[in-house]
Design a protein around this ligand. Structure first.
Ligand code: GRF
Length: 207
């Protein structure tokens, strides 16, 4: 495995996906180094955790900017300052504009708690339960300028049980996210991700 590649992680909430990535790095299973954890919310629990863990942190609150383009530009500038090989959206709840992605082409990953294109948006677990689907899951995708839209990297299903409620389903969704997101990060950083239009293949033997 080559040396660790610089990664910036964007968070808005608890940061369990951030912790999952950090744990895989600590275990020597991910060729990555988290250069910074950034958030749109100064009070995100994920930021406090990252600071305690000794990681560089920063907040870029959207309300401090005149419009979304200004926010995108500010956040993009902060991230670009770290020259990351990869930007991971790990529960980052802001929609980013196309200007943002131009700066990091094919290098932004997001995790979504449903089987896209079903149940996009910020309440995917609740929406899947409300719809009565029997199967939901987790999607890791490359991010483009449309919400929950870019090419799908990894996707795995979870069966919904008759007695599931939000808490029980969310628990299984999170457990799956914690496996799939680091796996996608690993494949991308190892150069094993081939993107052809919307189709993403993960190639080769793991080094
Ligand atoms: C995850 O379910 C992710 O799919 C969604 O937001 C949640 C973040 O959880 N986008 P956490 O902050 O990583 O615990």
């Amino acid at each position: 495995m080559s040396g660790p590649l610089p990664v910036v992680v964007l968070v808005s909430g608890r940061g369990s996906n951030l912790r999952a990535i950090d744990a895989r790095i600590a275990a020597g299973e991910l060729p990555a180094r988290i250069l910074a954890v950034l958030s749109d919310r100064e009070d995100a629990a994920a930021l406090s955790w990252a600071a305690e863990r000794g990681l560089a942190t920063g907040a870029v609150p959207q309300r401090q900017y005149a419009d979304r383009a200004a926010f995108d530009a500010a956040l993009g500038n902060v991230i670009a300052g770290y020259a990351p090989a990869l930007v991971v959206l790990a529960g980052f709840m802001r929609v980013l504009g196309s200007g943002f992605f131009d700066a990091f082409p094919g290098r932004v990953l997001n995790v979504h708690p449903a089987l896209l294109p079903a149940f996009p948006g910020s309440h995917a677990v609740r929406d899947a339960l409300a719809w009565g689907v029997k199967v939901t899951g987790v999607t890791v995708h490359l991010v483009d300028e449309e919400v929950d839209h870019g090419p799908i990297v990894l996707q795995e299903a979870i069966e919904i049980r008759d007695d599931d409620d939000w808490d029980s389903l969310e628990l299984r969704v999170h457990a799956l996210e914690h496996r799939l997101l680091p796996a996608a990060v690993r494949a991308l950083l190892q150069g094993r991700m081939v993107v052809e239009g919307r189709a993403v293949r993960i190639t080769g033997e793991e080094p």
